[in-house]
Design a protein. Structure first.
Length: 476
């Protein structure tokens, strides 16, 4: 089942690349159906995934390059299964919202490659394949922005390529350094954990290696000060790329830190804790106030996304059980709310030709569903009770306060600041008198409506019943 989730979207993508299907609607329908199949399979895997500390399910282990200790080794626990489910949910939303007619088969093929690569990265129990699958997901982002982005797409694609390419090289350096320092002649994550429990790496080497991995994963996750690729990258990206990258790919760095770096280099992690907290304050506080100054809806959402990711870094540094449960739920909730926000912002721009806040206004009259959906996504991002973001942030704050009191207080304050810029955006875009220039705009069709309803409904369900995500995280 797990291999099916990884390779089925990649096979459909290959079909699109090889078979000249000229009808854009047919390609989109096939892609949407593919994502629904992946979603149902991912839900099955999630329901049968074991707790994080109880091993792995759906395991496939096939040696690939035995001399180097490289194997196709996949399996899931509750955390990785949750992220695969998030990938499928956001994938359905991204395909549903996207309406591309030019070179549609290439566009949707790249989207499916991203989905397959992400599923492979989260399922991989071999560090080599974890890295390779992530690159499978990352590279299509550059192409989608460069070819289907908005007016400044070339510059945005170049910037995000340079930044994330550099981050990937740093990450590869860290993985190779870990392989050499461990001395186990294997990239297998489970074997490395067992080996390093008995033969831990020296403290100085752990500190150095953890720093390298933190920088690599941090760049990929927009950790301050390596965040400047995000605004133009997401602001100029087509909705499909923005939704998948902001909603899911950016979670890969956080997943790598908690699933790879911290367990394999525990003493190095302890030495970097306060540095991580200080950098997370750069995300939360600095980028939060920068978001409040934005005059473009998409750029505001980009900075808001950077700011909110800081909560996850704070929880990761705290490392308490309740903080880590909040971390887990936050990855899921932030992925859904951010993806919904970027999808709606992209649709509004397609309808109006602009995303400048001062030029918009009164769109709720013409697009009531879009206005309602964006309001829900924005309020979810603010941590409004009833959405999954609220219990996630609450657990993060409760789990982090004793260790990092002042940073936690600042993080709580920034929740109110996020409400300021989100409510301001709602007012600027959707409220006020209807403008005659928007007379030609229209509300979403049925398919994108269904896609967004799915994302928002899951946010609400997990907001009222967060145990659906957290209950198996610390179970023995």
């Amino acid at each position: 089942m797990l291999s099916f989730i990884i390779w089925f979207p990649l096979a459909v993508a290959l079909l699109f690349l090889l078979v000249p299907i000229s009808e854009a609607r047919a390609v989109r329908s096939m892609t949407f159906l593919t994502m629904l199949v992946v979603l149902f399979a991912s839900l099955h895997v999630f329901q049968h995934s074991p707790p994080v500390h109880a091993g792995y399910a759906f395991v496939v282990h096939q040696p690939w390059v035995p001399d180097l200790g490289i194997s196709y080794h996949i399996g899931v626990n509750h955390l990785s299964a949750m992220l695969i489910l998030l990938t499928a949910l956001v994938g359905v939303g991204a395909v549903g919202v996207s309406q591309v007619t030019e070179n549609a088969r290439y566009f949707y093929a790249l989207g499916l490659i991203m989905v397959g690569g992400l599923a492979g990265a989260f399922a991989s129990l071999d560090l080599f394949f974890l890295y390779v699958f992530h690159e499978f997901a990352l590279i299509p982002t550059f192409i989608l922005i460069g070819l289907w982005g908005t007016e400044h797409r070339r510059q945005a694609a170049m910037k995000i390529t340079l930044y994330l390419g550099f981050g990937s090289m740093i990450l590869l350096l860290g993985v190779i350094g870990l392989y050499i320092a461990a001395g186990a002649n294997t990239f297998d994550l489970i074997t490395l954990k067992e080996h390093l429990l008995k033969n831990p790496i020296a403290l100085k080497a752990q500190v150095l290696l953890f720093g390298v991995l933190l920088m690599g994963f941090g760049i990929l996750t927009s950790l301050f000060p390596f965040h400047t690729w995000v605004p133009s990258g997401y602001g100029e990206a087509p909705p499909l790329a923005a939704m998948l990258h902001a909603g899911v790919i950016k979670k890969f760095g956080l997943y790598g830190l908690i699933a790879v770096a911290a367990p394999l280099l525990p003493e190095g992690f302890q030495c970097w804790k306060w540095i991580i907290v200080c950098l997370s304050m750069g995300n939360i506080v600095y980028c939060g106030y920068v978001a409040m100054q934005q005059r473009d809806l998409r750029y505001m959402l980009a900075y808001a996304s950077i700011s909110h990711v800081g909560y996850a870094f704070l929880a990761f540094a705290a490392g308490t059980p309740i903080a880590i449960q909040g971390f887990t739920l936050f990855l899921f909730a932030h992925g859904l709310s951010t993806a919904a926000g970027f999808g709606i912002a992209g649709y509004c721009r397609q309808q109006t030709g602009t995303s400048v806040l001062s030029e918009l206004g009164g769109l709720a009259t013409r697009m009531p569903f879009v206005a309602t959906a964006f309001t829900m996504a924005a309020l979810a991002g603010c941590g409004l009770p009833g959405f999954a973001n609220f219990p996630a942030e609450l657990m993060i704050f409760l789990g982090s306060f004793r260790q990092f009191g002042l940073p936690t207080v600042l993080a709580i304050w920034m929740v109110m600041i996020s409400a300021v810029y989100m409510l301001r955006a709602i007012r600027a875009v959707f409220l006020g008198p209807a403008k005659t220039r928007w007379a030609g705009t229209r509300d979403m069709d049925l398919v994108p409506k269904m896609a967004l309803v799915l994302l928002l409904a899951v946010l609400i369900v997990t907001g009222f019943w967060p145990r659906t995500i957290t209950e198996r995280f610390w179970a023995p």
